[in-house]
Design a protein around this ligand. Structure first.
Ligand code: GLN
Length: 531
């Protein structure tokens, strides 16, 4: 049984500096030295999970295999390290307060006043230690969401302070800050970083390691200056300059010995460098890929983070096929019969994106029709798959009013219908069909060819399904139900064998691909788009 060591990652100055990438990179480097790790994220917002959040607010909602809706940083953790995260890897203020309030209602506080300190902070501490308590990991990396100085982050930093005190040499704090470049003065400014460290110190926390994010290379003098002003050892101040790919970050961090100084802080010695062979091969392949593959993303959220895992999966698959990915976002709301040719004719492949609600669905149906009739390699994901089914029903089966009951509850031809277990569900949060489910693939299908085996498992996040009542009509007319859940009989994959590659999946294959193990379906899709 391992007694785990704890690495806390905090951020200062501004948000969006890439704390998740730094946490994932530290995890990657420690793993590359043979240690077992996990990474968890603590988010100070009140939502119990990001499942009910609009992607415009919070980017994509990532889903773990055990069915938890989580922050998109967990996707980075999995893609960098191949670990499988669970519900315990993402904790929000909402989750913490919910537990404490339920405990209070049960009378478990025995008449005491329930307070932020110690009750909320104790619950945060309990959750911070939870994954380590089973003894499966050498290191637990904990990313604290938000920026130091945020009011809602205070209980998390207080919990972290107490833990750091209690754990002594078994806890290390890595603080990520920003060094802006003032163009008018031609100078890089370290003052905001110094202030954010002061802020931390004011909360009783001394960072052990500083990572300075910057758009311009920082000289040694500047790094030393920050170290001096912040009580951080010289070699424990490293920089992270903007890079062409987030996947280069672990390598750049290793070059500056970030992992080695962290180990030293724990009183551990390290002789060898981390083993990053396969990782570097991927980066070289990425650099060498010169030919482009053009993929259209038909969706309604005009925002990169909303389709994060899809973009990463496409890019990984393109690199594995020795191509450079070029994506073209197409706003489905603006897509019509009269302009679809203009948008899609130059594309090597089209992804019809997941989503919720009515907005933009007719555009997705137009895209599905264009791709089917022009034999463009197409991958429909979740709502995207449902739109492929509706398009086929309307234009091939002649069911003009075919729809999903999500969009038109009164349609006579509800080829996409609410799942039986969803009927009567009133709570929105955490009640969809979530997480990994098995799926049997039809031998000889495109899906079977892609995965190379007959039984797979992928993650889901939806309420509606392909209505099995229509299955035989679809199959007779040329749309094959090539993936079916062995227990429930739910149709999980449809495809048109007569097309080059036209596959719709009810699950989200984008959640399970990693840099070193890209998702087979994306690989096959890109492969067909290239040829
Ligand atoms: N809105 C659809 C459903 O609930 C699809 C969800 C999705 O694309 N993730 O079934």
């Amino acid at each position: 049984m391992n007694k785990p060591k704890y690495i806390f990652v905090t951020g200062g100055v501004v948000s969006s500096l890439g704390k998740g990438i730094i946490a994932a990179s530290i995890g990657k480097l420690l793993q590359a030295r043979g240690y077992s790790i996990t990474i968890q994220k603590f988010d100070p917002y009140i939502n119990v999970d990001p499942g009910t959040l609009n992607p415009y607010e919070h980017g994509e909602c990532y889903v773990t295999s055990d069915g938890c809706e989580t922050d998109l940083d967990l996707g980075h953790y999995e893609r960098f390290t191949d670990i499988r995260t669970t519900a315990a890897n993402n904790v929000t203020s909402g989750k913490i307060y919910k537990t404490v309030i339920e405990r209070e209602r049960k009378g478990e506080y025995l008449g005491h006043t329930v307070q932020v300190v110690p009750h909320i902070t104790d619950e945060i501490k309990r959750m911070m230690l939870l994954l380590g308590s089973a003894g499966n990991f050498d290191f637990i990396i904990t990313e604290i969401g938000g920026t130091v100085g945020d009011i809602e982050g205070l209980p998390f930093l207080e919990a972290m302070r107490q833990l750091k005190w209690e754990l002594g040499q078994d806890a290390v704090c890595v603080h990520l800050t920003y060094v802006p470049y003032i163009a008018a003065a031609g100078e890089l400014k370290t003052k905001p970083s110094q202030h954010s460290v002061k802020e931390l110190q004011g909360l009783g926390l001394q960072p052990d390691v500083l990572v300075l994010r910057t758009e311009h290379e920082l000289g040694r003098g500047l790094l030393d200056k920050v170290g001096n002003f912040c009580n951080v050892e010289r070699d424990c101040v490293v920089q992270c300059v903007d890079l062409p790919s987030i996947y280069e970050v672990p390598v750049k961090m290793a070059e500056q010995n970030l992992d080695a100084v962290i180990l030293r802080k724990f009183g551990m010695t390290c002789v060898k460098s981390p083993e990053l062979g396969a990782w570097k091969d991927f980066l070289n392949r990425r650099k060498q890929a010169s030919k482009e593959v053009n993929i259209a993303l038909v969706g309604k959220y005009d925002l990169q983070d909303a389709y994060k895992s899809i973009l990463e999966s496409l890019s990984q698959a393109a690199i594995c096929n020795d191509h450079k990915l070029k994506t073209h976002f197409i706003q489905s709301e603006g897509l019509t019969q009269s302009n679809v040719e203009e948008f899609l004719s130059g594309m090597d492949g089209v992804v019809i994106c997941p989503g919720f609600g009515k907005r933009g669905i007719e555009g997705k149906i137009v895209a599905a029709e264009y791709c089917r009739t022009h034999d463009v390699p197409t991958l429909g994901i979740c709502l995207g798959m449902q739109m492929m089914v509706i398009e086929f029903a309307r234009n091939v089966l002649g069911l003009e009013d075919a729809n999903s009951t999500e969009m038109d509850p009164s349609t006579a031809n509800n080829v996409i219908d609410l799942m039986e277990e969803q009927k009567g569900v009133t709570y929105m949060g955490g009640t969809m069909r979530l997480g990994a489910y098995p799926c049997n693939l039809a031998v000889g299908s495109k899906a079977y060819e892609a995965y190379g085996r007959g039984c797979i498992e992928e993650r889901h996040r939806h309420r509606y399904e392909f209505s099995s009542r229509y299955r035989s009509r679809f199959e007779e007319a040329g749309m094959l139900c090539s993936g079916v859940n062995p227990n429930s009989g739910l149709v999980e994959i449809v495809e048109i064998p007569a097309c080059r590659w036209y596959v719709g999946v009810q699950f989200h294959p984008e959640y399970s691909g990693t840099v070193l193990n890209p998702n087979p379906l994306f690989l096959a899709f890109i492969n067909s788009a290239i040829h």
